[in-house]
Write a protein that binds this ligand. Structure first.
Ligand code: UD1
Length: 399
């Protein structure tokens, strides 16, 4: 089976890495059906810090093809990826396109493939925030509506898909590939010297600190909202130094709104730094006393790391991180953020949780399912009405 795996933006790379690795392990074993992976990078993220450094840290092979789509408005970026991906599909004629997550590249490549009657598998399907103002929610719903095989991280996601009319035979509860990567690299990340570099560690031990990441348009694109969040961060920093690896989008807004000086000013204990590599960021987060974020994936990572996490959003597509993990939704109002901070300070017991199948083996399960699909004489021109029934469907796999 010839498979194109798509990665476009930073949160995709740690999801693709374990799947590529599991395909390699699978191919090395006995008479298993062979899979020929082709890695396509759409170029949605292109800076070294947002892309290449993840390939280096995670040992991901160089992409076979780079579409070099780059930045742009939503329509422009989506259109550029689709236009560049179509000739690749026509040239390669893969049996399947596998996409991960919810970024513009995910939706664009799914659409391009389905229009050519090429089967699509979506990893991290069924997540729903219920918030249609988020571009990611639109990307998730469109991708899931047309995907042939939907791999989910938890049962809540599976329930959303069933409610939306997806046949259970197409839903596979496999676990969380992002956590595969965390589990694999957690030990190695301990060798990172990021804490020393940031002056958070000395001969006597660690200083307590908080980590912040922000990039959602709803938080960073409006100067008043961003200013309010920053006031809360400044107040928190009086009690706990705050490390803020700054996303390029946020950096651009800070400069635009004249807020950068707010941090660079003398005495500020909020430290703006460039985006970190995967291993440095993992190490920084794993020893943090608190994480404040609006990212989806970091809510999941905080859950496994057992670090209290305040999510600066009104909703989450990952409710399991609230019900089982260390996550708490606080929105972006100053008082609510500060109340959340007080809650986090009161946490004394370990918050570490491990939702079902967040065990480091999700990619292995995905490749197992792909192998079964392949063995059943997988037909590339799959029609929605004639999906082959795959043994080990949602019900079987989730048992
Ligand atoms: C994208 C994803 C979001 C994901 C986030 C992680 C969509 C709709 N959003 O948001 O789900 O959580 O990535 O980072 O796909 N830029 C650079 N260098 C880069 C990449 C981006 O400077 O390597 C700047 C550009 O000015 C660009 C802006 O960041 O216009 C936004 O990038 P874009 O990929 O459009 O969306 P993100 O906000 O990164």
């Amino acid at each position: 089976m010839k498979i194109i795996l798509v990665a476009g933006a930073r949160p995709n790379f740690m999801k693709i890495a374990p799947i590529l690795e599991a395909i390699g392990v699978h191919n090395g074993k006995g008479r298993r059906p062979r899979m020929d992976p082709i890695l396509v990078h759409t170029g949605q993220h292109y800076d070294h810090a947002m892309s290449q450094s993840f390939f280096e840290d995670l040992g991901i092979p160089r992409p076979d093809i780079n579409l070099e789509a780059g930045s742009g408005g939503h329509a422009e970026q989506t259109g550029k990826v689709m236009m560049a991906f179509e000739p690749v599909l026509e040239g390669e004629r893969p049996d399947l396109v596998l996409v991960v997550g919810d970024v513009n590249s995910t939706m664009a490549c799914s659409l391009a493939a389905k229009k050519l009657n090429i089967a699509v598998a979506h990893v991290e399907a069924g997540l729903r925030s219920g918030d249609m103002t988020m571009p990611e929610e639109i990307n998730r719903k469109v991708t899931d509506a047309i995907a042939d095989y939907l791999f989910t991280t938890d049962r809540i996601a599976g329930a959303h898909l069933l409610k939306e009319g997806v046949q259970s035979e197409r839903i596979f509860f496999v676990g969380n590939v992002m956590i595969d990567t965390l589990v694999k690299h957690r030990e190695r990340a301990k060798q990172s010297t990021v804490l020393e570099t940031l002056g958070l560690k000395n001969g006597r031990g660690f200083h307590p600190y908080a980590v912040v990441t922000l990039h959602r348009p709803s938080n960073v694109d409006d100067s008043e909202t961003l200013g309010r969040i920053f006031e809360a961060l400044q107040e928190i920093s009086l009690r706990l130094p705050v490390i803020f690896p700054c996303h390029p989008r946020t950096r651009a807004r800070l400069d635009q709104f004249g807020l950068g000086e707010f941090f660079d000013g003398e005495g500020s204990r909020v430290r703006l730094i460039s985006p970190l590599s995967y291993l440095d960021f993992l190490h920084l987060n794993s020893l943090a006393n608190l994480i404040l974020t609006d990212s989806g994936g970091i809510q999941e990572e905080a859950t496994i790391l057992g670090v209290p996490c305040l999510t600066l959003r009104e909703n989450t597509e990952r409710p399991i991180t609230v019900s089982q993990g260390s996550n708490r939704l606080v929105g972006n109002k100053k008082e609510a953020i500060l109340n959340g901070f007080e809650w986090a300070l009161r946490q004394t017991k370990s918050l570490t949780a491990r939702p079902d199948k967040w065990d480091g083996r999700a990619a292995e399960r995905i490749v197992e399912v792909l192998a079964r699909i392949s063995r059943r004489k997988f037909h590339p021109f799959i029609a929605n009405t004639s999906i082959p029934t795959v043994p080990g469907n949602a019900m079987v796999l989730s048992s």
